[in-house]
Design a binder for this molecule. Structure first.
Ligand SMILES: [Zn+2]
Length: 175
């Protein structure tokens, strides 16, 4: 049993890697860091000071949290998910769905200008990396096996999202 369960994960990754071996271009979403007036640019030392070690590892070093680590995974209720790096509002809770992957999943960002994508060829796969448009932080990846209406699955690292419930949002700056 133990060996079987150990083999399931690599097999699933391999299969999804083969099926999803393509780079998504989402209409209206930039494929390079967009110019913004509110851009947040910090030095590595400043990011290390601002973020926790885990947040830094994901946002600034393109790390991936373990599946089912729990942060924001089962978060429910109305509200908004913000980037922990810069406070940009990225996803509304009403676009969140249970993908069963172990990572918080959304079918769309609040707007296409909240993110930009980049072809990620690491680990022998071709995936589409999703970055924050304001601080260029790595958020996760997007796949084309999501639900209607977009058919997209934004597979995010819960540790780099800050959820603010709707009732607490009045006057919230995202920081
Ligand atoms: Zn950000």
């Amino acid at each position: 049993m133990k060996l079987a369960s150990l083999l399931v994960v690599p097999a699933a990754l391999l299969i999804s890697g083969l099926v999803l071996a393509q780079d998504l271009k989402i209409p209206g979403v930039a494929i390079a860091s967009p110019v913004r007036k509110d851009k947040v640019v910090l030095t590595t030392a400043e990011w290390q000071k601002k973020l926790t070690k885990e947040q830094f590892e994901i946002l600034r070093a393109k790390g991936t949290e373990p599946a089912f680590c729990g942060v924001n995974l089962d978060q429910k209720g109305e509200g908004t998910y913000y980037c922990v790096g810069c406070g940009l509002d990225l996803f509304f809770a009403n676009s969140k769905f249970n993908s069963g992957t172990g990572w918080p999943s959304f079918y769309k960002p609040i707007d296409r200008d909240r993110i930009w994508t980049h072809t990620d060829r690491s680990y022998g796969m071709v995936r589409t990396e999703v970055n924050c448009a304001r601080c260029d932080g790595h958020l996760g990846h997007v796949f084309n096996d999501g639900p209607a209406p977009t058919g997209l699955r934004f597979c995010m690292n819960g540790k780099v999202l800050k959820f603010v419930p709707k009732k607490a949002e009045k006057g919230h700056s995202g920081n």
